[in-house]
Design a protein around this ligand. Structure first.
Ligand SMILES: Cc1cc2nc3c(=O)[nH]c(=O)nc-3n(C[C@H](O)[C@H](O)[C@H](O)COP(=O)(O)OP(=O)(O)OC[C@H]3O[C@@H](n4cnc5c(N)ncnc54)[C@H](O)[C@@H]3O)c2cc1C
Ligand SMILES: Cc1cc2nc3c(=O)[nH]c(=O)nc-3n(C[C@H](O)[C@H](O)[C@H](O)COP(=O)(O)O)c2cc1C
Length: 759
């Protein structure tokens, strides 16, 4: 097989090595426009977990690389004149030039034809090759030439950085945080051989502009960095190597292969250097692509497809972590005011890959210093006005679509009752609709008749008497998303013809072409709805709820006023954010006025519509300030469901960064929600100060006693088991292990059965 490799970075070279190893008959021509010693930058860092893959793939290169590794375990954070150390991490680093030298020599020894100083011909001129590999870095010409097939997206990020080196050999991975009058400047530094360390200087584009660094030459920028970080450098110098101020670009491609052309490494995907994974990803890509050829022989199309199928989920997961990390550094100004240890914890857990539990294993004394309380962070109490929650876990609102004429019945008693016994600090109801036409579906619960108040009182009394938790009523109006079917009969689908009721909204714009066009509300309509909210708030009070939540999220009525997607009014209730927020704030004022001043009110918002031109996170921060000024005590931060055109970036804890921003920028307590499923995530979020409470929805459908089980697994004596269940309270960990083992066995059997069936 004849292979043209475009680019002699770590990815292209490692692929050449592995292909020559597994297919000694392959002819490899590698084009590299630079000279063999022409490496930009300084050192590259790998984490310990990375290395076994390379050890197995090619022990020869691995042993040479490993011999030259500089290794360390500590991360030091220098913040406001104090160093905070977290140990047990395990990193290795090597000079980029040294790494390339080892790979080049090995590739030549195995018979690859490396052509340095040679610009690669475009793919259209490489017709002789059976396989063309675009390993030509983040600005890949191969990708550009075939952009219509690969469909790349390039996301230019908001920080400027410069990759520098210093002859000061640090003993740890170091973060130096410098605060200037124009914003924060951070340095990421680590040793990579006996005489040198990498030193990357980074700051928000805004800070970079205000500091006038764009007008300085590279030499002057280096001198400026030396001065800013003089203490860190202890008088040593910084040096440049083809360095300049650049913006990181996150590269993504819809496809990585087309016909006989395949992208690999930075050409296919980039991951911010703060999680140190670019070189690792490029080299792992090479392993996967080479291994695919071992399975598929000369079948280039199948091999490249198998490579993409294997690598894409891993790469996307790394890119999500890198995205969280780069966004954290873009917003570092929000966190520098945190107490020193919390700031350090926040920094270390920024990518979501390192968590409270990881850190406890790596360095128990560090975590004990950050969180000296013997209770895990999730089990610390939290006060909102006169209400003290026993812990930070909230059963998130979940519509059960099981009410009859708005009346919650036995299903609700058992459902909410079970969760009330489950240990959470706060159990929220589903959205309780303020009128019959304010229901989403005919099965939605309400609070617009006296029998509704009585029915809710029965549930709340049970929760208080047996569960010992606080209870919250979420009240809302469906607006233009009303008059639809039960979840399991077709979410957001209109009811069968003849049974629909008329819907209302800020403007006459339907949610989807299938849904009804709402009637644009008049001031008189607003008065009616306002009175309905007040009636429901009073009902919640009479029923005994401890907290009132107004539902201003997910595209329902109040949310649809907030979003420019659904609110196109030209009166004082539309236009600017202040106009769009006017009616929701009137509702908040009216409800706050009847809700006791000693009891808390929360508001759930969609922090982003996930569409260009929609409600965005900046709006959410501004809105949260307004909500707080109108008596809202905590913002429950969800997102989306405002328009079907949304493109959410789902992932673990994907909405938590919004709660974090609102909490730190608007200074309002927040509830984080969305894909938070482990107690470790809850502990991490609370300990880092990203939110004050964590709401979990689907995990509570799986396990009503989620919090009690989290306590048992952490060996925390929660003292919340009802006496009736006490005999089972000491068993869960063992019981769970058994269940898990049984499940694993079952899965293995299923796997065996299905492979038998395939055979
Ligand atoms: C500031 C900074 C710090 C980083 N720190 C780390 C780190 O700590 N750890 C880590 O793992 N990664 C780090 N990286 C990322 C890492 O450098 C890249 O992810 C990695 O080098 C990707 O390897 P690659 O082979 O895909 O591409 P590259 O290393 O970019 O190699 C591509 C090669 O292709 C050549 N080329 C391009 N076009 C042509 C053409 N038309 N003809 C011929 N040759 C061509 C280029 O000259 C280049 O040598 C960092 C990157 C930056 C910018
Ligand atoms: C069955 C179901 C019903 C829901 N009903 C509501 C609701 O009535 N009000 C609300 O604000 N959110 C509702 N949600 C959204 C959840 O409260 C939560 O925000 C979302 O499920 C993400 O959290 P999770 O990843 O922990 O499930 C519902 C979610 C589910 C799964």
């Amino acid at each position: 097989m004849r292979i043209a490799v475009v680019g002699g970075g770590p990815g292209g070279l490692y692929l050449s090595i592995l292909m020559r190893k597994i297919r000694p008959d392959s002819e490899i021509t590698l084009y590299e426009r630079g000279a063999p010693t022409d490496a930009f930058g300084f050192g590259v860092v790998f984490s310990d977990e990375t290395l076994t893959v390379f050890e197995h793939a090619d022990p020869e290169t691995y042993s040479q690389i490993a011999e030259r590794f500089t290794r360390w375990t500590d991360i030091d954070i220098h913040h406001r004149g104090v160093r905070t150390t977290s140990g047990g991490h395990g990193f290795s680093a090597i000079g980029r030039r040294e790494l390339l030298r080892i790979l080049q020599e090995r590739a030549v020894a195995l018979g690859a034809d490396l052509r340095f100083g040679c610009e690669a011909p475009p793919p259209s001129e490489l017709g002789w090759a059976d396989l063309i590999v675009g390993a030509d870095g983040a600005s890949s010409a191969v990708r550009t030439a075939l952009a219509r097939d690969f469909l790349p997206s390039l996301d230019r990020r908001h920080c400027r950085y410069m990759w520098l080196g210093t002859d000061l050999v640090f003993e740890a991975f170091k973060f130096f945080i410098a605060e200037t009058e124009h914003g924060v400047v951070q340095a990421h530094a680590y040793p990579y051989d006996d005489g040198m360390s990498t030193f990357i200087v980074e700051m928000h584009e805004r800070t970079w502009k205000r500091l006038g660094l764009g007008e300085l030459s590279v030499a002057d920028s280096v001198a400026w960095s030396c001065e800013l970080f003089a203490d860190a450098l202890t008088g040593r110098r910084l040096s440049a190597n083809k360095s300049r101020w650049i913006n990181f670009v996150t590269v993504r491609n819809r496809r990585w292969c087309t016909d006989n052309v395949v992208l690999l490494g930075d050409a296919a995907h980039t991951a911010h250097f703060s999680i140190g994974s670019g070189t690792k990803l490029a080299m792992e890509d090479a392993v996967s692509l080479a291994w695919a050829f071992r399975s598929f022989g000369d079948d280039v199309v199948s091999a490249t497809a198998a490579y993409e199928a294997e690598r894409r989920p891993i790469v996307e997961s790394t890119q999500r972590a890198a995205q969280a990390s780069l966004e954290w550094f873009e917003g570092i100004g929000r966190y520098v005011g945190q107490q020193r240890l919390q700031f350090a914890f926040n920094l270390l857990t920024r990518s979501r890959r390192v968590t409270y539990e990881n850190l406890r294993l790596r360095d128990p004394s560090f975590v004990a210093a950050v969180h000296p309380d013997p209770r895990p962070p999730m089990f610390t109490p939290f006060r909102l006005r006169g209400l003290e929650l026993r812990n930070r876990v909230v059963v998130s609102p979940m519509d059960m679509y099981s009410a009859v004429d708005g009346t919650p019945g036995d299903f609700h008693l058992v459902h909410l009752g079970a969760r009330a016994l489950g240990g959470a600090g706060l159990v929220m109801t589903e959205m309780i609709c303020v009128s019959d036409i304010g229901r989403i579906t005919p099965g939605c619960a309400g609070m617009y008749r006296s029998e509704h108040v009585d029915a809710w009182r029965r549930i709340v009394s049970f929760a208080h008497q047996h569960g010992g938790c606080a209870t919250g009523a979420q009240i809302g109006h469906s607006g233009r998303k009303g008059s639809t079917r039960l979840m399991w009969e077709g979410m957001d689908e209109p009811l069968p013809a003849g049974s629909n009721w008329g819907v209302i909204g800020p403007s006459a714009i339907a949610y989807t072409p299938r849904n009804q066009v709402p009637r644009a509300m008049t001031r008189a309509d607003m008065d009616v709805v306002l009175d309905q909210f007040v009636w429901a708030a009073r009902g919640a009070l009479e029923a005994g709820f401890d907290l009132l939540e107004l539902h201003m999220a997910h595209g329902y009525l109040l949310s649809s006023f907030l979003s420019p997607v659904s609110n196109r009014r030209d009166d004082e209730y539309g236009g600017s954010l202040a106009g769009r927020a006017r009616f929701p704030l009137e509702v908040l004022d009216a409800c706050r006025a009847v809700w006791p001043s000693d009891w808390p009110v929360s508001v759930r918002i969609s922090a982003t519509d996930w569409v260009p031109g929609g409600f965005g996170v900046d709006d959410a921060v501004a809105l949260s300030r307004m909500l707080a000024a109108h008596g809202c005590d905590i913002v429950d931060v969800s997102s989306g469901q405002v328009t079907p055109l949304e493109k959410p970036a789902f992932g673990r804890s994907y909405q938590t960064p919004f709660a974090d921003r609102i909490r730190s920028e608007a200074g309002v307590p927040t509830v984080a929600v969305g894909a938070i499923s482990s107690y470790d995530d809850v502990n991490t979020i609370i300990c880092a100060g990203r939110a004050d409470l964590c709401a979990l929805a689907r995990p509570h459908l799986y396990d009503p006693a989620w919090t009690l089980h989290a306590a048992a697994e952490q060996e925390f004596d929660m003292d919340a088991w009802v006496p009736q269940y006490q005999p089972g309270s000491r068993k869960p960990p063992a019981g769970r292990d058994r269940v898990r083992a049984e499940l694993e066995r079952t899965f293995e059997e299923v796997e065996l059965l299905s492979s038998d069936a395939r055979a």
